[in-house]
Design a protein around this ligand. Structure first.
Ligand SMILES: CC(=O)CC(=O)C(=O)O
Ligand code: MG
Length: 229
């Protein structure tokens, strides 16, 4: 009698966006993007959070919130954690990575400007429904080095943004080690690692296409949020 076939997990990590886990975001991790926003590159990672309800998958639209008139997509490498991670060293951090994905850190830039001016948290700018479009999962075995990837974004077929993850100010191990000193990370949590320069607004009905060269791509349409629906 052979051993029973291993049942597929009821909740595979390859569908991490269904786990209801945390999305820890890093800002200004590319010097040129910090500068285009009128900011200086940070001396330590700038962190903010998105709720798991922010995820949206291809086939569903990205909503521009009713209070937003300047919606910016930010293509970012997403790191998916494979186990509980608390105060891990930089040397051990990569052992805690299960894989990667591409996300768009959708940003209500006008709301963010207001929040910055008033010293308020960025919640309205960063945490609205569909503010985290997410690609398929890529197991870490398929990525030789997460710092040798090229991200791109097209809007209505025109190339809008391109960047190399080798330009990140803080590397994946540095981010995981720093974050895990402050926020215990768990299997299925995701770290968004920041966007390269070239951000700009998109409009209702725009077609977004984003990808990681040689790995994956994804498409979304922008729609206007209608209150009450
Ligand atoms: C100013 C920002 O929105 C920072 C950010 O999200 C980034 O990717 O950098
Ligand atoms: Mg971002």
């Amino acid at each position: 009698m052979g051993s029973p076939a291993m049942a597929a997990p009821a909740r595979p990590l390859s569908r991490f966006w269904e786990w209801g886990r945390s999305i820890v975001c890093v800002g200004r991790n590319y010097a040129e993007h910090a500068r285009e926003m009128g900011e200086t590159p940070p001396c330590r990672p700038l962190l903010f959070l998105k709720p798991a309800s922010a995820y949206v998958r291809p086939g569903s639209p990205v909503q521009r919130p009713y209070y937003c008139r300047r919606l910016h997509p930010e293509p970012e490498l997403a790191v998916v954690l494979g186990r509980r991670t608390r105060a891990v060293s930089r040397d051990d951090a990569m052992q805690h990575v299960a894989g990667y994905a591409l996300c768009l850190d959708m940003t209500a830039r006008d709301a963010q400007d207001t929040c910055k001016a008033r010293g308020l948290p960025w919640t309205l700018a960063k945490s609205f429904d569909t503010s985290c479009p997410v690609s398929d999962f890529v197991p870490k075995e398929h990525v030789a080095d997460p710092h040798c990837l090229r991200l791109w974004l097209k809007v209505n077929g025109q190339l809008r943004q391109e960047g190399d993850t080798g330009d990140m100010l803080f590397s994946v191990p540095e981010l995981i080690s720093y974050i895990s000193e402050i926020i215990t990370l768990h299997e299925g949590d995701v770290v968004l690692t920041g966007t390269p320069p070239g951000v700009a607004a998109v409009e209702e009905h725009d077609e977004l296409e984003a990808g990681i060269h040689g790995l994956l791509s994804m498409r979304f349409t922008v729609v206007q949020q209608r209150l009450g629906v």
